[in-house]
Design a protein around this ligand. Structure first.
Ligand code: NAD
Ligand code: TYD
Length: 355
């Protein structure tokens, strides 16, 4: 496979590149990332550029550039991580989320359709190159919020509540349309909250770890009893590989590890592990439109693709906390913005780039 990974300098994308290098190194990866505040090449420091791996700085909305990349690298698979991903930022700047998450996805769908279609000029033809696949990495947040009971299945109605989840749901619907109308071979995955190394410290777990290590206040929204279904990032990566290689075209797969936790319990666990005191907790004003509970029914992917999560939460969170303790420099760099210089120092002008 010649896989275009988009957003591969972000949290899950960089973990996916690393996971692929370890578990399926026979595939070639072209990693395309615009390097927004959330994209960080220091997260890929240990992955050398060679025949099997190439990084290119580009925006997925740049159609000419995407087209050039498909042709140059004969792309056969797309794993689309590239997105604006933080709910709180989407409340401040919804338009950016619609632009990147919806139009960016559509730009990639169009490029894939054009490049993979056997008779691109024939609007009735649904024939595509053998074996190609587009994987849209989506989120359980498209289903909206759950009450105390129930789980999201793949047929739960889409009912997004934040500009972020509305943009992701919209992208899912555009993907669906490209499957139904054009027959583009694609899948959509909807995963629950991920945690693990290299997550930007604006999200709950790395933010709390960082603040706790610094002795700073821990801002808990509302009563802290909102529930998320946490999955270790490597388990998400193995699920994505299962869908990419064995998923049925047109199907949606939910991904989750049956691991529901209240935010406050996670914050307390981090405090205990780091030997800090609970008086660091500060209850702050709740997020507008805050979803109360997410929880995934993963029956479809476990039964039809044989995937199962492998890392228990206690083990994953201990590893994650240890990783942040041992990678203070990474954390300081992403927070200081020093990493923004990294691309120029490491990649230009000696490496090819799409700039
Ligand atoms: P992230 O914010 O850490 O990374 C996103 C990456 O996309 C960054 O490297 C950024 O530079 C890049 N990017 C942004 N706009 C771009 C553009 N226009 N062109 C090219 N690159 C661009 O996000 P993440 O947490 O790694 O999430 C990755 C994907 O997985 C997202 O699509 C998100 O919706 C989805 N997802 C995330 C979670 C989670 O818990 N983090 C759960 C389920 C699904
Ligand atoms: P987050 O990591 O932003 O993921 P998402 O909103 O996509 O689920 O937030 C996870 C939960 O933690 C969510 O209920 C909001 C809450 N939260 C806080 O209480 N304090 C914080 O500082 C942050 C960033 C999140």
């Amino acid at each position: 496979m010649n896989i275009l990974v988009t957003g591969g300098a972000g949290f899950i994308g960089s973990n996916f590149v690393r996971w692929m290098k370890k578990h399926a190194p026979e595939h070639r990866i072209v990693n395309v990332d615009a390097l927004t505040y959330a994209g960080n090449l220091e997260s890929l420091r240990d992955i050398p550029q060679d025949e099997g791996y190439r990084f290119l700085r580009a925006d997925i909305r740049d159609r000419a550039k995407m087209n050039e990349i498909f042709i140059t690298y004969d792309i056969t698979h797309v794993v689309n991580f590239a997105a604006e991903s933080h709910v709180d930022r989407s409340i401040v700047d919804p338009e950016l989320f619609l632009s990147t998450n919806v139009l960016g996805t559509q730009s990639l769908l169009d490029t894939a359709k054009q490049y993979w279609k056997l008779m691109p000029e024939d609007k009735y033809s649904r024939e595509f190159r053998e074996g190609v696949r587009f994987l849209q990495v989506s989120t359980d947040e498209v289903y909206g919020a759950l009450g105390r009971d129930g789980l999201f299945t793949e047929t739960s109605p889409l009912a997004p509540n934040s500009p972020y989840s509305a943009a992701k749901a919209s992208a899912d619907l555009v993907c669906r349309a490209y499957y139904e109308t054009f027959g583009l071979p694609l899948n959509i995955t909807r995963c629950s909250n991920n945690y693990g190394p290299y997550q930007f410290p604006e999200k709950l777990i790395p933010l709390m770890i960082h603040n706790c290590m610094e002795g700073k206040s821990l801002p808990v929204y509302g009563d802290g009893m909102q529930i998320r279904d946490w999955l270790y990032v490597d388990d998400h990566c193995s699920a994505l590989y299962a869908v990419l290689t064995r998923g049925l075209p047109g199907e949606v797969y939910n991904i989750g590890g049956n691991n529901e936790r209240a935010n406050l319990d996670i914050v307390r666990l981090i405090i205990r592990t780091l030997g800090a005191k609970e008086d660091l907790i500060r209850y702050v004003k709740d997020r507008p439109g805050h979803d109360r509970r997410y929880a995934i029914d993963n029956t479809k992917i476990t039964t039809s693709l044989g995937w199962a999560p492998s890392i228990p939460f206690e083990e994953g969170i201990a590893q994650t906390i240890a990783w942040y303790q041992n990678n203070h420099e990474w954390l300081e760099h992403v927070l200081s913005g020093a990493y923004a210089d990294y691309y120029d120092r490491m990649y230009a002008p000696s490496f090819e780039s799409a700039d």
